[in-house]
Design a protein around this ligand. Structure first.
Ligand code: UD1
Length: 419
């Protein structure tokens, strides 16, 4: 089983271009189904979640080719609407195909989705929204079947009780195929929703309001393929920044918008890092040691992102003083804590709260990635730790980070993959 071997304590330095956003590109690739013809997606990261998505598109009858960081999707020959369990199990966000298939073909059949184990991750909001738009949804032999109801699909108002990112995206895709006006009230406001809106507009869809709690989609128009560049990955950027904060040194990240990371940058500055930003770049200089900061409470955007909770915790665990974390989005999102403790971290968990008492410096250990962001957190911890850390469970990390080891090596880290 392969693992990363990391010699900690080497300050990072240099410039790194951040890859395209995983959480943008997945719904954008599903959205390619809406328009017959070939769409061209630039800045498409090479991640295992993207490979699974391309496999799903091929299985449905699309052509999907990669040329470097550009992916070409031709959805002209879309012929199937069922996604087998082995592909659905690979990735929870494949539920996004429900809305896209419903819009284009009026039918979809999926097994329940897999993905990171972050406690119960229901899809009730997705299903009730699609029913409101006129879909009939039922379960048959472990599969979720969905088709246009007798009255057909039509635009409606949908109120979300939680600003779910995935449900908002699924509704936006489905609504493109629903004649009339769909309004999503209580929509998620994440930057990835704006990226999806921009892509849908480039296909010719009438969508507005992304980035605010109310999104309006005028559906039913026929869409055409488009060429589009995916935004930079704010969570990958947060990971490299936390790595530099833990290890010390100075790094500059390009291809990422500082506005997308305000909550994370505020925490890193409070912890003693110096940050400078330009229109699409962020530079961070780490201090000698990180200090404790005000409580970090995860929240929907623009609050502190749950996806950056583990990497910031890993950095602060090797700093000084006590910081309280409160995880408000997912249950079971402290699975990295036991692994960080193997590296000497002092972290007490009580329900949604975790009290991190900085120990000055962590030490190397053999640890295992519990999930995608938890795995990245172990790498961050290892960069600042004394001695050698082996991080296994790389399949989790590869879901969301392209060439993490190579990029960190380019920044001066001592990290290698042991096959
Ligand atoms: C997306 C991101 C993920 C990120 C999360 C929160 C993608 C591919 N993934 O996940 O990286 O951590 O947003 O920013 O973009 N919920 C329900 N019922 C539903 C749907 C969600 O109760 O039908 C709950 C969830 O259990 C969770 C909360 O809503 O507690 C937020 O989940 P959601 O925003 O939907 O996350 P994802 O779209 O799955």
């Amino acid at each position: 089983m392969s693992y990363y071997e990391i010699q900690g304590g080497r300050p990072l330095g240099g410039t790194l271009a951040i890859h395209g956003a995983k959480n943008s590109v997945l719904p954008i690739l599903a959205a390619c189904l809406l328009a017959p013809g070939q769409s061209v997606i630039h800045n498409c990261p090479d991640l295992s979640d993207v490979s699974v998505t391309l496999d799903i598109l091929r299985l449905l009858g699309c052509r999907a080719d990669r040329e470097g960081d550009t992916v070409l999707i031709d959805a002209s020959a879309l012929g199937r609407s069922d996604i087998p369990e082995h592909l659905m199990r690979e990735m929870r966000s494949s539920v996004i195909f429900l809305g896209a298939l419903l819009a284009r073909l009026g039918t979809a059949e999926l097994s329940y989705p897999g993905g990171c184990e972050l406690g119960p991750r229901p899809i009730d909001l997705h299903l009730s929204a699609l029913r409101t738009l006129g879909a009939e949804i039922w379960e048959e032999q472990g599969a979720l079947c969905c088709c246009r109801g007798q009255g057909g699909l039509s635009g409606r108002e949908i109120c979300l009780s939680i600003p779910s990112v995935g449900a908002t995206e699924n509704i936006m895709l489905a609504a493109c195929g629903c004649p009339g006006l769909t309004t999503v009230v209580g929509a998620a406001r994440e930057p990835e929703i704006i990226d999806l809106q921009n892509f849908l507009r480039s296909l010719g869809a009438e969508v507005k309001g992304a980035g605010t709690p109310v999104i309006a989609i005028q559906g039913g128009a026929s869409l055409h393929p488009a060429e589009y560049r995916v935004m930079g990955d704010r969570i990958a950027a947060a990971t490299y920044l936390c790595g530099a904060a833990a290890a010390g040194g100075e790094v500059e990240l390009t291809g990422v918008l500082p506005d997308h990371l305000t909550a994370v940058l505020t925490c890193l500055e409070e912890a003693g890092c110096t940050i400078h930003t330009g229109p699409d770049r962020i530079a961070l200089a780490g201090g000698p040691s990180l200090r404790s900061i005000s409580p970090v409470r995860t929240a929907p955007y623009p609050g502190f992102p749950t996806d950056a909770q583990a990497v910031l915790m890993a950095a602060l665990a090797g700093g000084e003083g006590a910081t309280l974390f409160v995880e408000n989005i997912f249950d079971s999102r402290y699975r990295h804590v036991d692994e960080l403790r193997r590296m000497g971290a002092d972290i007490q968990v009580a329900g949604r709260a975790a009290m991190v008492s900085g120990v000055g410096r962590l030490h190397g250990a053999a640890v295992r990635s519990p999930d995608l962001r938890g795995g990245a957190a172990l790498v961050v911890a290892a960069l600042g730790a004394e001695g050698t850390t082996q991080v296994s469970g790389l399949r989790h990390i590869r879901r969301g980070y392209q060439a993490l080891d190579k990029n960190l090596r380019a920044l001066g880290a001592d990290i290698r993959e042991v096959p």
